[in-house]
Design a protein around this ligand. Structure first.
Ligand SMILES: [Cu+2]
Length: 475
C-alpha cells in the first residue's frame, strides 16, 4: 500500500517536472528577448484598428498620447466637456507585439485645467504606470514597460478623483498581440463603451456639466459606444461584406457599469472573454467588466444591419448604447429566409421619462448636528479632491485645512461651493489655476459641509446657515 503510493507520487512528480520543463522555455524566451531598433507606435481613433504586426522580433515602440479637455457633441443638441486621450473618446487604440518595450510619452495639453496620468492594464508595475505619469498641464511624462502578457487591455486616467476622470472619457484600448499574431480576419473594428452622468436628464439640450451625485449612484443618463450617441449609426455604421470575418475589439471604460455586449442577429463564433486567450465559441452575449475588454469574432452570412447593444436593454434604446454593423452582399436563403429591412433606425432617445424626485436633505437641529451631517457630505463629495484630511494635493487641489482663502471670506466660500470655481487663485501663498465643478448640492448640504470644514483643521469655526446659502443664490 505505502509502496504503491510512493510510486504514484514519484510518477506524479515526474510528470509535473516534465510539464514545467516544457512550459519554461517559452516563458523565458520573451521576457529576456532582445529589443531590436525602435519605431513609432501605430495608433488609431475608433472605430479604426491599427494594422496587424508582422515583425518577427521585438522592438522599442514609442507611443505618444496627448491628454486634452475638449467640448464636443454627446448627443444631438447636447454637448459635454470630455477629458480625453488624443482629443476623442475613447482614446487612441495602441497595438504592440508581446515582448515589445513600450516607451510612453504622455503630454498634457497646456489648455488643460486638470493634471492627468495613465494607468495601463497592460503594464506590470505599480499603478500600471500611474505613479510615473502624473502630468501637469503643459508637461510631458515618460516611462517605459515591457508588454509581457499578450491580450486586450484597457488604459485610463487615474488622477484623483479617478472616477471623475474616467467618467469624463479618459480611457482607451491597447492590444498586446501574441507572438505569431492574431488569427487573420477580413476586418477589425474598435468599439468602447462608457457612461456619462449629466446634470440634465437624457436629451436635455446644451452644454451638460458632470453630475457627481449620479456618478456616485451609478445612474448614468447616457451609455454609449465610442463617446457619443449615434457614433456607430447610419453613415457611421461599421461596414463589411457577406462572407467576411469581422473581429471587434470591445472595451468597457465604465466607470461603473458592466456591459452585456450583444450583436442583434448574430452569434459570436469566437469570443476571447476578458481579452485573454481562453476561447469560447457560439456565444450570444458576453460580459465586459468596467475596466475590461473582449475580442469577438463574427462571420457574416446574411446581408443586413446588425445592431450592437448593451443587452441591459434600456441602455441601448433609451440611453444610447446602440451601434450598427452593415453587411452588404448576396442573401443566403438557407441561413435566413425572411425579408431583411435596411432602413434608418431611430433609437427612442429624447423621450425618456424621468420621475426623479430630489432626495430629502438632512436638516440639522444644532451646530453639532450640522457638523456631523457635513462630515458625511465632505467625505462623499469633497474628499475626492481636497482629501479626507483637508490637505488637498499640491499643484492640483488647494488645501481647505488652514486655508487663508477659505477663512478670509465666508460669503465667497459659499459661492465657491454653489457655483464651482475656475481661474487663478492663491491659497496659503501657493498658486492654483484649475477648476472645481459646480456640485449641485442643496442649501442644507452646503451649509452642513461648510460648517464642518470651518470646524476642522484649525479653521475659523464659522457656522453656515442654509438661509445664508439661499440668500447667496438669489444675489
Ligand atoms: Cu485625467
Amino acid at each position: 500500500m505505502s509502496v504503491s503510493r510512493s510510486v504514484l507520487c514519484a510518477l506524479l512528480a515526474g510528470a509535473l517536472g516534465l510539464a514545467l520543463a516544457l512550459a519554461a522555455p517559452a516563458q523565458a524566451q520573451f521576457i529576456t528577448s532582445v529589443i531590436k531598433g525602435q519605431e513609432e507606435a501605430a495608433t488609431t481613433y475608433a472605430p479604426e484598428v491599427p494594422p496587424p504586426i508582422t515583425r518577427a522580433y521585438n522592438t522599442k515602440v514609442v507611443v505618444h498620447l496627448e491628454t486634452r479637455e475638449v467640448t464636443a457633441r454627446l448627443s444631438d443638441g447636447v454637448e459635454y466637456t470630455f477629458w480625453t486621450f488624443g482629443g476623442h473618446v475613447p482614446g487612441k487604440m495602441i497595438r504592440v507585439l508581446e515582448g515589445d518595450l513600450v516607451e510612453m510619452h504622455l503630454s498634457n495639453h497646456p489648455s488643460s485645467k486638470m493634471p492627468h496620468n495613465i494607468d495601463m492594464h497592460a503594464v506590470t508595475g505599480p499603478g500600471g504606470g500611474a505613479a510615473s505619469s502624473f502630468t501637469a498641464p503643459g508637461h510631458t511624462s515618460v516611462f517605459s514597460f515591457q508588454a509581457i502578457n499578450p491580450g486586450l487591455y484597457v488604459y485610463h486616467c487615474a488622477t484623483a478623483p479617478v472616477g471623475m476622470h474616467i467618467a469624463n472619457g479618459m480611457y482607451g484600448l491597447m492590444l498586446v498581440e501574441p507572438r505569431g499574431g492574431m488569427p487573420k480576419v477580413d476586418r477589425e473594428f474598435y468599439v468602447m463603451q462608457g457612461e456619462f452622468y449629466t446634470k440634465g436628464i437624457h436629451g436635455a439640450a446644451g452644454l451638460q456639466p458632470f453630475d457627481m451625485n449620479k456618478a456616485l449612484h451609478e445612474d448614468p443618463d447616457y451609455v454609449v459606444f465610442n463617446g457619443s450617441v449615434g457614433s456607430l449609426v447610419g453613415d457611421n455604421a461599421l461596414k463589411a461584406k457577406v462572407g467576411e470575418t469581422v473581429r471587434l475589439y470591445v472595451g468597457n471604460g465604465g466607470p461603473n457599469l458592466v456591459s452585456s455586449f450583444h450583436v442583434i442577429g448574430e452569434i459570436f463564433d469566437t469570443v476571447y472573454p476578458e481579452g485573454g486567450f481562453t476561447l469560447n465559441h457560439n456565444v450570444q452575449t458576453t460580459l465586459i467588466p468596467a475596466g475590461g475588454a473582449a475580442m469577438v469574432e463574427i462571420r457574416l452570412q446574411v446581408p443586413g444591419t446588425y445592431i450592437l447593444v448593451d443587452h441591459s436593454i434600456f441602455r441601448a434604446f433609451n440611453k444610447g448604447a446602440l451601434g450598427m454593423l452593415k453587411a452588404e452582399g448576396q442573401a443566403s436563403e438557407t441561413v435566413y429566409s425572411g425579408k431583411v429591412l435596411d432602413e434608418v433606425y431611430k433609437p427612442e432617445g429624447g423621450a425618456v421619462q424621468s420621475t426623479e424626485a430630489a432626495p430629502k436633505p438632512l436638516v440639522a437641529k444644532s451646530k453639532a448636528e450640522r457638523i456631523e451631517f457635513g462630515k458625511r457630505t465632505f467625505n462623499q463629495v469633497c474628499a475626492a479632491c481636497h482629501q479626507q484630511n483637508g490637505q488637498g494635493i499640491p499643484g492640483a487641489f488647494p488645501p481647505l485645512a488652514g486655508s487663508d482663502f477659505l477663512n478670509a471670506d465666508k460669503e465667497r466660500a459659499i459661492g465657491v461651493v454653489i457655483n464651482g470655481l475656475s481661474g487663478a487663485i492663491t491659497v496659503n501663498g501657493k498658486p492654483y489655476n484649475s477648476q472645481m465643478p459646480s456640485l449641485q448640492l442643496g442649501d442644507e448640504d452646503i451649509a452642513n459641509v461648510l460648517t464642518y470644514v470651518y470646524s476642522q483643521w484649525g479653521n475659523k469655526g464659522h457656522e453656515v446657515k442654509p438661509e445664508e446659502v439661499a440668500k447667496h443664490r438669489k444675489q
